[in-house]
Design a protein around this ligand. Structure first.
Ligand code: USQ
Length: 382
């Protein structure tokens, strides 16, 4: 298939590009380096040096003999986005091209505004470009489990039957996000659903939980092909941060009571899920939703697992509860369904001590680059 990866320079976009290229797809990785720019501006660059997209595509070609086409363009620019789809004519598009950080979206008015304009603008431009140039293209959109929030009831995969005063209507499950970033993902879903109804687009919306890890089958042994791995408060996800903190001898920063529970997955499973969705597209006129995670953990459970894995490596890992900078439930019910991707054939890479030791071993090689002042920034939600 001809596959466009929007946000192809990012933590997940680049590994996805290599993964699909290794499977024989014709892949273009598209990015405007927004994420790199924001990290530079906030002085929170990633743990591992990431060569630019052109360089990484060349390295990938040398290693694998396969080609990924790098395209540097801004999808929030309407005509640039339209030109891209007109010339590439993808069979499928994988849309990661969003400002991905909840804390960044809560920093200040300017960062909120950038998140809104970039995320909704790029999504709208992609929708129009697909309609105009490749209406049969399968849109695979990265959503987030955070769209649902933490309701006091079970969470289905996107849809449920709403019953009210004796009548029933199939409906999107109620969503209430905990950050502006997560709210833009809700708005994306609503916009996609609207245009699925109007224009019979085929869309898969993947409600993904926080991802951990940095090694995949394609980059193993090639540090320069590792994804941009963040460990700072703004762009780092919790388990990746805990692994870096453990290696650095910094107390694991559990926010508040640590009962916050989310659905997590290994970066290798992100790639597997994308491939499964790609190989079995949504129907025309369908908004198909999968909850993309493999296991649920509370923050306390994650910290305890990292502490135990650290012990196996001879590290003395301390867990510390710090005041929660976010406004979120710290003790709540959480039971989301996640059978759709398993039914398609997903075989999860579960979180074992061996997995954690593997991640921390790779991090330990970068020990000298870890900056303690990046762990806490205290971006306050309210
Ligand atoms: N947390 C801590 N200590 C830390 C960092 C985080 O206790 O040092 C807590 C947070 O308060 C939260 C949980 O860990 O309750 C998860 O936080 P996170 O930073 O790993 O994840 P989040 O901000 O929700 O966002 C991340 C990605 C985002 C993706 C989302 C999936 O940055 O792009 O959409 O995970 S989900 O969380 O399911 O919505």
């Amino acid at each position: 298939m001809r596959v466009l990866i929007l946000g192809g320079d990012g933590y997940l976009g680049w590994p996805t590009a290599m993964h699909l290229s290794s499977r024989g797809h014709e892949v273009a990785a598209v990015d405007n380096y927004l994420r790199r720019r924001l990290a530079r501006e906030e002085d929170v660059e990633p743990l591992v040096d990431c060569p630019n997209l052109h360089e990484r595509c060349r390295m990938w070609n040398t290693i694998s003999g396969k080609e990924i086409q790098p395209i540097i363009t801004d999808l929030a620019d309407r005509s640039a986005c339209s030109d891209l789809f007109e010339s590439f004519k993808p069979d499928a598009v994988i849309h990661y091209a969003e400002q991905p950080s909840a804390p960044y979206s809560m920093l200040r008015h300017e960062s909120a505004s950038l998140t809104l304009h970039n995320n909704l603008g790029a999504t709208a431009n992609m929708i129009f470009a697909v309609k105009d140039h490749c209406p049969d293209c399968h849109i695979i959109k990265l959503g987030t489990m955070g769209e649902y929030g933490t309701p006091n009831c079970d969470i289905p995969e996107g849809w449920f039957d709403l019953e009210y005063q004796g009548r029933t209507q199939r409906s999107l499950f109620p969503r209430q996000a905990g950050s502006l970033y997560h709210t833009t993902k809700i708005m994306d879903t609503d916009m996609l659903w609207f245009y699925v109804r109007m224009w019979n687009l085929r869309v898969t919306d993947l409600m993904q939980g926080p991802v951990y890890g940095l090694e995949t089958d394609e980059n193993s042994g090639h540090e320069a092909l590792y994804p941009c791995f963040a460990y700072d408060e703004i762009f780092g996800t919790v388990l990746n941060r805990f692994c870096v903190q453990a290696v650095a001898g910094y107390p694991l920063t559990v926010y508040g009571k640590g009962g916050q529970t989310r659905g997590y997955l290994n970066i290798k499973d992100t790639l597997n899920c994308i491939e499964l969705a790609l190989n079995s597209p949504a129907d025309s006129g369908e908004l198909r939703i999968f909850n993309q995670f493999t296991e649920t953990f509370s923050v306390n459970e994650l910290a305890e697992r990292v502490q135990a894995a650290g012990r196996d490596m001879g590290l003395d890992v301390v867990i510390e509860s710090v005041p929660n900078p976010r406004k979120e439930a710290e003790d709540h019910y959480y039971n989301p369904a996640h059978t759709g991707l398993i039914d398609l054939g997903l075989e999860p890479n579960l979180l074992t001590s061996e997995t954690l030791v593997g991640i921390m071993d790779l991090i330990a090689r970068q020990r000298d680059r870890i900056r303690h002042d990046r762990f806490v920034r205290s971006v306050q939600w309210s």
